[in-house]
Design a protein around this ligand. Structure first.
Ligand SMILES: [Zn+2]
Ligand SMILES: [Zn+2]
Length: 276
């Protein structure tokens, strides 16, 4: 029984395509123990002209608190989180927001780095795979200490989803120092590493087969070797049929790598469940 730690709603994320009721129904269908909403919240970011990527947190909690209460003793449980977009200048505002609302879980993600968007801005890839991926890992490393008010680092492999290289997958052997540094910081600050099954599905769509669609084994071995044990499992579902995608397969893959627990957060505290 899994808890999906990463999902988006149509009411609050501009790219979300499911209501809270649809999300809960999808989680029930997948027999999840719980699901956490983590809508996009990024101060100063405009993916669509005139719409800052933020929403009313009062409205958010007004909608979700009764559902969290209603589901507290049933299945699937509903947890309330948020996906903050790392912006160095916004950390104080993010810290205030984290304190002011009753979140279960906070993901911090790097969607833009130094103002560039890996999703739309092709020019960032011209410097070559290693240079771009190193830059991405260095920014993630910086994010953990500069903007520490979060629980989970979202999709560390996000940059590989849209990169134009023939083999766009991230490999430990290409950037061992950058991975080690990122993991040391992550572990020292007790943040969870998210395995984002949205990236897994994307890699499958690109033709990566079998376990190649999952992150490089050497990356996971390095995380484990350095002491990393906090792993969250997030589908990054924007549509109901994406909820809990590939969780069973990912759990088996993690067990083969030696991991024994998954971690989610309730009231900002880590809760571990044994991988079955
Ligand atoms: Zn994201
Ligand atoms: Zn997301």
């Amino acid at each position: 029984m899994y808890i999906d730690t990463h999902s988006h709603l149509s009411e609050f994320s501009s790219d979300g395509r499911q209501s809270a009721a649809e999300l809960l129904a999808a989680a029930a269908k997948k027999r999840l123990a719980g699901i956490c909403t983590t809508d996009h919240f990024e101060y100063g970011v405009f993916y669509h002209p005139g719409r800052e990527e933020v929403f009313s947190l009062d409205e958010y909690f007004k909608l979700l608190l009764p559902l969290r209460r209603q589901q507290a003793h049933g299945r699937p449980r509903l947890l309330i989180g948020i996906e903050l977009g790392y912006m160095p200048a916004q950390c104080e505002r993010y810290a205030l927001l984290a304190k002011s609302f009753d979140f279960d879980s906070i993901i911090m993600s790097l969607h833009l780095f130094d103002g560039d968007d890996p999703y739309v801005d092709d020019s960032i890839y011209k410097v070559g795979k290693k240079a771009v991926y190193r830059r991405y890992l260095e920014r993630l490393n910086e994010m953990i200490t500069v903007c520490p008010d979060h629980d989970i680092v979202g999709h560390f492999d996000y940059v590989s989803r849209y990169a134009p290289y023939d083999d766009r997958k991230m490999y430990y052997r290409e950037l061992p120092e950058a991975f080690d540094q990122f993991f040391k910081t992550l572990i020292e600050h007790h943040k969870a590493l998210e395995i984002n099954t949205g990236t897994v599905e994307k890699m499958m769509d690109l033709g990566y087969e079998g376990s190649d669609a999952w992150p490089d084994k050497d990356i996971m071995d390095a995380y484990y070797r350095l002491g990393g044990r906090l792993i969250s499992l997030g589908s990054d579902a924007h549509f109901p049929d994406q909820v809990g995608r590939y969780f069973q397969e990912t759990a088996s893959w993690l067990k083969d790598l030696g991991f024994r627990h998954l971690t989610h957060y309730e009231k900002r505290q880590p809760v571990q469940t044994r991988l079955s």
